[in-house]
Design a protein. Structure first.
Length: 292
């Protein structure tokens, strides 16, 4: 399935990507090297730019791609946030997912972690270690400015932008004992594809009402909207910062929708050769092939 990760030329949003470890702006099917094109005024480090997304957005407003900029090679894109210090994930944060799991709506966000070593690029292969590997498309929040005890009303000032994430999970490992242990089964190498780019906060008008889908081999498995979240992005930022210090570059996987393989009847886990296509309105598309 041939799909482009490049942005539409008519939409000059700020999309920060990671090409061979260097910060690039995705524009018109090209990769604009931020450090080179800014004459050294901006960093080549994606993490440094996430911490100062406003400066990147201001610079990017009038930047146009040229033939001198590298054509986008999707296979070379790494995780758009390559080295976060913390990766939070939220369980049961969509009403339709809680309903399909027959679990009551939680009173507070259910927080677990994905270890940063699991992160991968938007075209990375998903390498299974068992036959119960599951998919979960998610909106991922990228923290721009850290803090502690951030008020819900101030939360969005701490967000740099958003990207797509797949919370790939080995269900057998997750539920191997009682109580279940979420983090390890969700943190195998390659179990956290993110991308294709960090789309700046100001370029997403309503993060709480975006279409979110996941297809496996062309079959629509997940199809919802972020308006079905139980806890909104501001609520999650406020809650997490009340428990621990958030840092620039931290990621928050905000939960998945209904339609995961483990809750289908019959269950439908990923198999070698499957192609997982994750898409969120305004953020682009990820395509990850499953291998054994």
């Amino acid at each position: 399935m041939a799909r482009s990760l490049a942005m539409n030329a008519s939409n000059p949003a700020t999309k920060l990507a990671n090409l061979d470890g260097r910060a690039v702006l995705l524009r018109d099917g090209r990769c604009i090297d931020v450090e080179h094109r800014s004459g050294g005024k901006l960093s080549s480090d994606p993490m440094a730019l996430i911490a100062d997304m406003g400066a990147l957005c201001d610079w990017a407003t009038d930047v146009a791609a040229t033939d001198d900029d590298a054509a986008l090679d999707e296979a070379k894109l790494g995780p758009c946030v390559p080295m976060p210090s913390q990766v939070f994930a939220i369980g049961l944060n969509y009403r339709d997912h809680a309903q399909e799991a027959s679990i009551p709506i939680p009173a507070k966000p259910m927080v677990f972690t994905k270890f940063p070593s699991c992160l991968a690029g938007p075209r990375a292969e998903v390498k299974m270690k068992g036959d119960t590997t599951d998919y979960e498309v998610e909106l991922v929040v990228v923290i721009g400015r850290g803090g502690v005890d951030i008020a819900e009303g101030d939360a969005m000032a701490h967000v740099a932008g958003y990207c797509i994430g797949q919370d790939i999970t080995d269900r057998r490992m997750q539920f191997s004992d009682k109580p279940p242990q979420f983090s390890m089964g969700k943190s195998l190498p390659g179990f956290g594809p993110i991308g294709p780019a960090v789309v700046a906060l100001r370029d997403i008008a309503s993060p709480q009402d975006l279409a979110i889908t996941c297809d496996v081999n062309g079959e629509r498995r997940q199809d919802s909207r972020t308006s079905k979240m139980i806890f909104s992005v501001p609520q999650l930022v406020a809650d997490l910062s009340s428990r621990c210090a958030l840092r620039s570059g931290d990621l928050v996987f905000t939960g998945t929708t209904s339609g995961v393989g483990s809750l289908r009847n019959p269950r439908s886990y990923l198999k070698a050769g499957d192609e997982v296509v994750s898409e969120i309105e305004g953020l682009g598309t990820m395509v990850n092939r499953v291998v054994s």
